[in-house]
Write a protein that binds this ligand. Structure first.
Ligand code: ADP
Ligand code: MG
Length: 579
C-alpha cells in the first residue's frame, strides 16, 4: 500500500516555487510588489547576468521586526489577508504568503530589515531553503533582499532559462510595469552596474511614461478618463497612427495590478481598427478600476492573468471610451475640406496618421539603386525570364490587392504586396552582399528618443546598421540622430522604421553574430516596410511586376513564406461549375 506523507516544508516550498518563480523576473516582481505593499516610496532594483546571478531589491518601507521577518519566511505567512473572503476586497499585490519562502527555497536568500524606532536591523540568511543564520546588522529603516545563485539547487529549472539578454528584458519590462502602476514611488533600475532608468516620484502617469519611455512616446499619447456603472478607465492611449510593431507597449492594469487580459487587449485592438495600419499594435497605458469582487486575479499562480465576471460589459466600456476619444480628436483637427473629401469621411485625423496612410509617392521604378557610374539603372533590371510567363494576360485588380491574370492554363491571382516584398527582399539581399547599399542624406536629421534598454540594444547594432545604408549617431542620453537612411526608405519613415527595428532587436532579431543571418533579417524587415500600397496598377506596371518577380530566385513565396500567387487551372474552374 502506498504510504501517504505530508511533504516537508522545504519540498513543498520548492514545488510552490516552480509555479510562482518561473524566471528571474518573477523574483523581481514578487519583491517589488512586497515593497509597494509595504508602502515604500523609494525602491531600487539591481541585477546581474539576467538576474540568475544576483538580484537586489531595496526599499525605504517600514521594515520588519526580527520576529516578523522570521515569520514572513514561513509558508502561508502573510499580513495581508486573514480569511478567504478578504480576497474580494484585496487592495494589495500579494496575498498568498508564498513568495518569500518559495524564493528562499531555490536560491541563496539574504534579507536585511529594520523597522522604524529599532536600534538596528536583522539579517537572515537562507540557502536553498536551509536556514543558515539570523543576526544583527546595521542598516537604515527599510528592507533589502538579495537573491543570488537562483535555481542553482534546481537544475531542471535553470535549464529553462533563456539567454541573459532575454531574462534581462523580462526584468526591465517588469520593473517598468510597477513603476507605471505606482508613479508616486521613486524607482531605480540598475543592470550590471549600468542605470537602466532612474525615475523620481511623479505626479502623473504621463510624467512617469516620459521618464521611462521617453518624451517622444509621451507626446504621442492622449489622456483618457471615463467612468460608468462601477467601472473607471484612466490612462493614456496612442494618437491615431502612433502604433508599434509589437504588443510590448500595450500595457494594461486592473486595480493598479499589471495584467494580461484578453478582454482589454481585444478592446484596444478593435478600437484602433481604423486608426492603425494592419499588423500594428496600439500604444496604451490603461488603468481599469473595478469592484475587486467582479474580477478574479487568482486564476494564474503568477497573478498576471485576470478574468472579469462581466466580460462583455468591460469590453464594450473600454471600446466606447477609447473610440470616442479617437473620434473626438478627429473632429478637433481634421480641416473641413479634408473631412469631406476622404472616402466615407474617414480622412486621416492628424499628420502622423496621414503620413502613414499616404499613398506611395509614385510607382517606384523597380530598378536597383546602383550608383549612376555603375550602370544605367534600367540596364540592371533583370530581363524577363524567357518565354515563361509572357502568356499571362492582365485582367484587372480585385480588392486593391490581387492582380488577376488570364493564362494559357487558367487564372492566376497574384498578391501584389507579397510579390513586391519578394522583389525588394532579393534586391536588398543582393545589395547587402556586395556591400553597395545606397544611402540618402536627410535634409533635416531626425531625432529619435529611446528608453535605456532600447538605447543599449541599438547601440550594440549601430555599426551594423551604419554599414547598411543608415547613418545614425548617438547624442546625449538615450537620443539618436538619424542623418541618412537607405535609398529604399521614405525619409519620413525613418523614425517609425527605427522603432520597428529596435522592437525587432528586442525580440532577439538582428542580434545574430552571424552577419549573413542578421542581413537576412534586416532585408526581411526592410522589404515589409519598403512596399507601400496602393500604387498604380495598370497593365504596364503589372507586367513589369510579374517579370520582376520571375527573375527572383524564389518567386513563389514572399520573404515570410506566404504564396505570391495562386493558380486556378481550367480543369479546376470547370469542376467548380460541375461541367
Ligand atoms: P504576501 O506578499 O503574499 O503576503 P510574501 O511571502 O511575499 O507574501 O511576504 C510575506 C510577508 O512579509 C508580507 O505579508 C509582509 O508582511 C512581509 N514583507 C515582505 N516584504 C516586505 C517588505 N519589503 N517590507 C515590509 N514587509 C515585507
Ligand atoms: Mg508578496
Amino acid at each position: 500500500m502506498p504510504t501517504i506523507r505530508i511533504l516537508p516544508d522545504r519540498v513543498a516550498n520548492q514545488i510552490a516555487a516552480g509555479e510562482v518563480i518561473e524566471r528571474p523576473a518573477a523574483v523581481v516582481k514578487e519583491l517589488v510588489e512586497n515593497s509597494l505593499d509595504a508602502g515604500a516610496t523609494r525602491i531600487e532594483v539591481e541585477f546581474r547576468s539576467g538576474g540568475s546571478a544576483y538580484i537586489r531589491v531595496e526599499d525605504n518601507g517600514p521594515g520588519l521586526t526580527r520576529d516578523d521577518a522570521l515569520l514572513a519566511l514561513e509558508r502561508h505567512a502573510t499580513s495581508k489577508i486573514a480569511e478567504a473572503a478578504d480576497l474580494d476586497r484585496l487592495a494589495t499585490f500579494g496575498f498568498r504568503g508564498e513568495a518569500l519562502p518559495s524564493i528562499a527555497s531555490v536560491s541563496r536568500f539574504e534579507l536585511q530589515t529594520r523597522p522604524a524606532g529599532a536600534e538596528g536591523g536583522t539579517e537572515i540568511l537562507v540557502n536553498g531553503g536551509k536556514f543558515v543564520h539570523v543576526r544583527d546588522c546595521g542598516r537604515p529603516v527599510g528592507t533589502r533582499i538579495v537573491v543570488s545563485h537562483l535555481f542553482n539547487s534546481v537544475p531542471a529549472r535553470r535549464k529553462f532559462l533563456k539567454s541573459d539578454a532575454t531574462e534581462s528584458a523580462h526584468i526591465i519590462h517588469c520593473v517598468r510595469l510597477y513603476a507605471l502602476a505606482c508613479p508616486q514611488a521613486a524607482f531605480n533600475l540598475v543592470e550590471d552596474g549600468r542605470v537602466i532608468f532612474r525615475s523620481p516620484e511623479c505626479a502623473t502617469t504621463a510624467e512617469r511614461v516620459a521618464e521611462i519611455f521617453g518624451r517622444q512616446t509621451a507626446e504621442s499619447l492622449l489622456a483618457i478618463e471615463a467612468a460608468e456603472a462601477g467601472l473607471r478607465l484612466t490612462g493614456l492611449v496612442g494618437r491615431p497612427g502612433a502604433g508599434r510593431a509589437t504588443r510590448h507597449e500595450m500595457i494594461t492594469f486592473v486595480n493598479r495590478r499589471p495584467v494580461d487580459s484578453r478582454t482589454l487587449s481585444y478592446a484596444l485592438i478593435e478600437s484602433y481598427h481604423e486608426a492603425l495600419p494592419k499588423g500594428r499594435y496600439p500604444l496604451a497605458f490603461l488603468f481599469l478600476e473595478i469592484d475587486p469582487a467582479a474580477v478574479d486575479v487568482n486564476v494564474h499562480p503568477a497573478k498576471r492573468e485576470v478574468r472579469f465576471r462581466a466580460e462583455a460589459q468591460v469590453r464594450a466600456f473600454v471600446m466606447r471610451v477609447v473610440l470616442s476619444r479617437l473620434r473626438a480628436l478627429g473632429a478637433e483637427t481634421v480641416p473641413a475640406a479634408v473631412a469631406t473629401g476622404g472616402p466615407a469621411g474617414a480622412a486621416p485625423a492628424d499628420p502622423v496618421e496621414s503620413r502613414i496612410a499616404a499613398p506611395f509617392p509614385a510607382y517606384r521604378p523597380l530598378s536597383p539603386p546602383v550608383p549612376a557610374a555603375e550602370a544605367d539603372p534600367r540596364a540592371a533590371v533583370p530581363a524577363p525570364a524567357p518565354g515563361l510567363r509572357t502568356s499571362w494576360r492582365f485582367v484587372g485588380v480585385v480588392r486593391g490587392t490581387y492582380a488577376v491574370f488570364d493564362t494559357a492554363a487558367g487564372l492566376v491571382l497574384l498578391d501584389r504586396r507579397a510579390a513586391r516584398e519578394r522583389i525588394w527582399y532579393e534586391r536588398l539581399r543582393a545589395q547587402f552582399a556586395t556591400g553597395r547599399v545606397g544611402s540618402q542624406r536627410l535634409l533635416l536629421p531626425v531625432p529619435v528618443e529611446l528608453d535605456a534598454i532600447m538605447t543599449a540594444l541599438l547601440t550594440d547594432r549601430l555599426e551594423f546598421l551604419n554599414g547598411h545604408g543608415f547613418e545614425i549617431a548617438g547624442f546625449g542620453r538615450n537620443f539618436f540622430r538619424v542623418e541618412a537612411v537607405p535609398e529604399w526608405m521614405e525619409p519620413s519613415d525613418a523614425e517609425a522604421f527605427l522603432r520597428d527595428l529596435v522592437g525587432a532587436l528586442r525580440e532577439g532579431l538582428l542580434g545574430a553574430r552571424d552577419l549573413d543571418l542578421a542581413r537576412d533579417e534586416l532585408a526581411r524587415l526592410a522589404a515589409a516596410r519598403a512596399v507601400r500600397m496602393p500604387d498604380a496598377a495598370g497593365e504596364t506596371e503589372m507586367n513589369f511586376l510579374v517579370n520582376q518577380l520571375f527573375s527572383c530566385r524564389q518567386p513563389l513565396t514572399s520573404p515570410a513564406g506566404k504564396p505570391t500567387f495562386i493558380e486556378l487551372s481550367h480543369g479546376e474552374i470547370d469542376r467548380r461549375f460541375q461541367k
